[in-house]
Design a protein around this ligand. Sequence first.
Ligand SMILES: Cc1ncc(COP(=O)(O)O)c(C=O)c1O
Length: 362
Amino acid sequence: MSPATSLQQAYDRAAYPLTGHRARNLQVLKDALSEWEDHQDSDIYGSGPLIEDFQAKMATFLGKETAVFFPSGTMAQQIAMRIWSDQLGVKRVAYHPLCHLEIHEEDGLKKLHGIEAVLLADKERVITLEDVRSMKEEIACLLIELPQREIGGQLPDYEELVAISRYCRDKGIKIHLDGARLLEVLPYYQKTAAEVCALFDSVYLSFYKGIGGIAGAILAGDEAFTKESKVWKRRHGGDLISLYPYIVSADYYFEQRKDQFPKYCEDAKELARYYNECRFFATRPVEPVSNMFHVHVQMPKEKLEPLLLSVYEATGVALTHYLRDDHNGAGCYFEVSIGDRYAQVPKESLKQAFHILMNELI
Ligand SMILES: Cc1ncc(COP(=O)(O)O)c(C=O)c1O
């Protein structure tokens, strides 16, 4: 085989990629479908046992009255913001400056729904009660993302979260959870999903992040809220005639992985310790509070990349498939998200990989 020319190529070829669960290929769907009979009826435009049973199961898991399956979190959350804004008659919501709606959705909330956003906290930290209290503007809804992905998956303390929820409810402000990675934070909080969700009026959970399905999301809340969300789902073209490939894979990998998150989180802490022992490397947070963290390296990516390639070549252990320039321009960083793969890496190979890295960086 010709030598790998890019980090992505080397990562894909490596015997032991460290992050995620497995390759994203068609086998992911084939495995999920293998549990079902060929004559199983499809869901049709949001109806039928296949979708309704799964929605009911997820509503119970999240401790909410009802739940609706969506093709994407982007669609589900904009709709949630629209419903709360209409209900309170206030076209304004608040969230973190680095949340998904603000930086990855091309202004969908504003362009599609005419909803303005108040940005709380600064980019480097999570939202506090004080940020919410000192907000001048009237808002319909506060959206909290747990964990705050773009800052390494940081989390507020549980007490702070409870206080924010209580404050919002006292003031008549709706509170929504961007729980794309909700299962990932439960070990840190030592709470059930339903206990965390009880602090929120509406909740979204993704099926293709820690759970590792193909795509899809659930939006949960009370009956009136989810009923309205189905109307908006239809308006958005999200009511596909058949959503079953997403539902089947969501259910299959939810069952397979829902109890694995404490292990992923412990593995993340172990891996972060390895990184923090290397000169020029620092993880954010220093000790991860979920299965994810960011690795910041005080070295330009052009200098780090050949070093990483040599580590992958020598040990088969691949640390990351990409490097991104740091905001200050001097160094670079990448995200780590721990799944099934980490436990399959021989400890000796892992130690050897970090040994090489450390020696090269003295
Ligand atoms: C925190 C968070 N919220 C929402 C989304 C949107 O999910 P989807 O890709 O299903 O639209 C993502 C996707 O990466 C996310 O990370």
